[in-house]
Design a protein around this ligand. Sequence first.
Ligand SMILES: Cc1ncc(COP(=O)(O)O)c(C=O)c1O
Length: 466
Amino acid sequence: MPPQFEHSTAEWQALDAAHHLHPFTDFQALAKKGTRVIERGEGVWLWDTDGQRIFDAMSGLWCVNVGYGQQALIDAATEQLRRLPFYNSFFQTTTPPAIALSHKLAQISPPQFNHVFYGSSGSESNDTVVRMVRRHWDILGQPQRQTIISRFNAYHGSTMAGASLGGMKDMHAQGGLPIPGIVHIDQPSFALHGRPGESREAFGLRAARWLEDKVAEVGADKVAAFIGEPVQGAGGVIIPPETYWPEIQRICDRHGILLVSDEVICGFGRTGHWFGCERFGFRPDLMTFAKGVTSGYIPLGGVMVGDRVAKVLIEQGGEFSHGYTYSGHPVACAVALANIDLIEREGLVQRVHDDTGPYLAQRFAELLAHPLVGEAETCGMLGALRLVRRKAEGDAPAQPFDAALGVGMVCRGHCFDNGLVMRAVGDRMVVAPPLVMTRELIDELMTRIVRCLDLSWADLQQRGWV
Ligand SMILES: Cc1ncc(COP(=O)(O)O)c(C=O)c1O
């Protein structure tokens, strides 16, 4: 190891507290607790600087789809770094990896997608969407079509436009967001918004029609686009009813509104399809991606641009005044090509679809027997458990915990201390394990989850919360 990386955990923590401001963090609270320093990964496993081995059921941050330590990706980066570490795509130039990846993405994405615009993250990609859809309507002589409709509890990134598109109220409360021209409707969460006696299917239609109501309120001639994640990820893995997305599609078609699928989490196999829109049966005009495109080995993001929009931009648009230094970064594109090649060679999308996805669903359903678990849902390699104070009984709905207790964080603490990364979103415990999961690894994950649920249950009993 290079000498600058040789420190004890305590030394790392002191240096980190002195100089490093972490994302989405109470800086002072973290400095008191001390951060955990992760130094190595292999497959689904991580090791911290204390030597503890940790099961990473979150694929880093929903991104390490092929798991850690894949030599093909390391070799692709190394070779490209040697050959040409950077060149831009601005001034009548580009690089072979950027061209090859664009061709490959057009091949693996739904047929309406034949063009791609690159950035380096999900946030940047969603910023590009705002610029692009407004430009699209400008070119078509409808500059009043500016408003983009999104959903509460959505996460579309942390830049000014990304956070505005997102529907996180605590993010909007800092910095005067959302920016003008972005409005929100409620999310299709059956647990939050379903009515007693209502079926999931009927709820899905009702939730989609909130879009129709909002379009009527704003005026259809002023709406540029609707954006949504096929499954809301950071919002707590909210899996919509099957009726939801087809109805959203119908409403967008009826009013000529552009439909944008944020595939930053759902893309590249996570739902058992290459893209989440294919899982839920809708046909977006634009798709944003990041994370899984390189399995997080190096930053890359982008927007797949459907023919409807691409035709307007290319044939009538002239110069599109937008782009980033690292648009089409050659090393990132080379890694993405190796990553997609690996996903194809190992048949990972099919494996999630046919085998590991259904097996995870079966094992998750067993967790409903646990006294803390009120709901257990999966979609491919995404899963969520809702922790409840009392389970539903007969007609009586489940009783949630008081949100102020932070029960999810209590459970997350037990996971952390017991070698398991699960994320808490309120009282929902979520997982997004790598697509290289096998049945044996799913069994191992379940053993760890059950142990952490048992510890949480005993802890909550001791606190008198259950
Ligand atoms: C659905 C979705 N969109 C966008 C983003 C933002 O991506 P990034 O953090 O790469 O900017 C995320 C990040 O978690 C996400 O989950």
